[in-house]
Ligand binder design. Structure first.
Ligand SMILES: Nc1nc2c(c(=O)[nH]1)N[C@H]1C(S)=C(S)[C@@H](COP(=O)(O)OP(=O)(O)OC[C@H]3O[C@@H](n4cnc5c(N)ncnc54)[C@H](O)[C@@H]3O)O[C@H]1N2
Ligand code: MOO
Length: 414
């Protein structure tokens, strides 16, 4: 007899997965390898930025008080006593009526407190004249105006993006403490599966889920162990799953989680003594997604159907990995957009539709079945239609989860 599985809401399923995630500890990496990692130490400014008062323009540094009263009729003249570019420090102390020719980024010479841009002067080489007064600190980039020494700049748990790298470099982090990445394995199950390099045979299809998941992991900066494909044989699959789980923190399998005669993953989880977090989710596609934990290892039983497999990864595997890496922002960013065409199907469960989003509107990306491959290829987003709703019409405002955005959001909002 076929077992009856009770579907749980998507939000609860996500919650159950997240709760189990154990932080993996930290490691030191070179700054050049830090992009895409999760920062494992809070970042404080160890000095002011900029570290000195500097010129934001190419021009002349002057004492502002010497420019008082300057006008078109009453031009003020300054003798140019030095010339510095960025990286140089003037030895001179500027006195009344003197100026230093200064380039963008160079520190203000002693005595000066304002900068006159080239365009605001009449320059005769050894001297300049100006036609307006300058206030103290006018055209000066102030020490500490960007970041003050001691200020908290970036929290631990932040995604390291190019801007983070810039800040790390600013403070001299040649190496940085980041969260370790989990070891992730992929195993595709199904007697029907052929390797990507094999010619088609009757009744067989190529394993597309394995390479797809590998790419989904790669998009998160995670490389993985691939365990290839296993045929639908309980003992054989059990042995592969057991061995793979021993070598990994997370084992992702595809296929074999439903109620078919050759769907052996539930029996494998039982034999492993795994705790089943859930085996049915009130969502389409991916209702059969099963997540278990054995000896502290995650076993993600994603559906064999490609669209369901893809969706299960994005909704459950991705946040689990991020949580293990100590990330603050676990979830796909969400927005709202106008539906660009009717979607007629009713939605007994929460529906995730592969879709293309252009910043304003969102359009289902074609063949919308759990077994579709084409729509995954065309989609850059998932439309989310709540369970218990009827079809939606063009023009309706719908929730959209964005795929492939480097940094997620801290809130699960569905
Ligand atoms: N009586 C019932 N039958 C089914 C139910 C149900 O509730 N009662 N659920 C259906 C739903 S929903 C889904 S989704 C599928 C999920 O089944 P499995 O996750 O166990 O996956 P398989 O049966 O192994 O395969 C499904 C489908 O996907 C193809 N496949 C499998 N692996 C791959 C791969 N690596 N690359 C590409 N395609 C793959 C496989 O050939 C099948 O066509 O069950 C329904 N049945
Ligand atoms: O799990 Mo199935 O994908 O709901 O179609």
């Amino acid at each position: 007899m076929v077992e009856h599985r009770k579907p749980i809401p998507v939000a609860e399923a996500v919650e159950r997965v997240i709760k189990k995630a154990q932080a993996l500890g930290t490691q030191q990496v070179a700054l050049g390898d830090s992009y895409g990692r999760i920062l494992a130490e809070p970042l404080k400014a160890s000095h002011d930025v900029p570290p000195f008062n500097r010129s934001p323009y190419d021009g002349f540094a002057i004492r502002s008080k010497d420019s008082m009263g300057a006008s078109g009729e009453n031009r003020k003249r300054f003798e140019v006593i030095d010339h510095i570019g960025a990286g140089a420090v003037s030895e001179k102390v500027v006195q009344e009526g003197q100026a230093v020719r200064i380039m963008t980024g160079a520190p203000l010479p002693a005595g000066t407190d304002a900068v006159v841009m080239f365009e605001q002067t009449i320059d005769s080489g050894s001297s300049i004249t100006i036609r307006k007064p300058f206030e103290a600190l006018e055209n000066v980039s102030l020490q500490g105006e960007d970041m003050k020494r001691g200020a908290a700049i970036i929290d631990s748990g932040s995604f390291i993006h190019p801007g983070t790298v810039a800040v790390l470099a600013t403070f001299g982090y040649a190496e940085v403490q980041v969260a370790k990445r989990p070891v992730v394995g992929i195993l595709a199950t199904g007697t029907e599966l052929l390797d990507v390099s094999e010619p088609l045979q009757p009744g067989k299809i190529r394993n597309s889920n394995g390479p797809m998941i590998e790419a989904q992991l790669a998009r998160m900066g995670i490389s993985c162990k691939t365990y290839g494909m296993s045929v639908d044989d309980l003992d054989e699959s059990f042995n592969v799953v057991k061995a793979a789980a021993e070598e990994t923190d997370i084992l992702i399998t595809t296929g074999g989680v439903s109620v078919g005669d050759f769907d052996f993953l539930p029996a494998i989880y039982e034999r492993l003594g795994a705790e089943i977090l859930f085996n049915k989710v009130a969502m389409r596609p991916g209702s059969v997604t099963t997540v278990a934990v054995a000896d502290g290892k995650y076993l993600f039983g994603l559906s064999g159907n490609p669209s369901a497999c893809f969706t299960g990864f994005e909704l459950f595997v991705r946040p689990a990995i991020l949580k293990m890496m100590g990330a603050e922002k676990l979830y796909l960013p969400r927005t709202q957009a106008v539906l660009a065409e009717d979607f007629a199907k009713p939605n007994p469960f929460t529906r995730f539709i592969r879709a293309s989003y252009d910043g304003l509107s969102v359009r289902p990306a074609g063949f919308n079945m759990s077994n579709a491959v084409s729509s995954i290829a065309r989609g850059n987003a998932l439309i989310v239609l709540p369970g218990g709703t009827r079809g939606y019409q063009e023009g309706a405002l719908v929730d959209v989860l964005l795929l492939g955005v480097e940094e997620g959001t801290a809130r699960w909002t569905l």
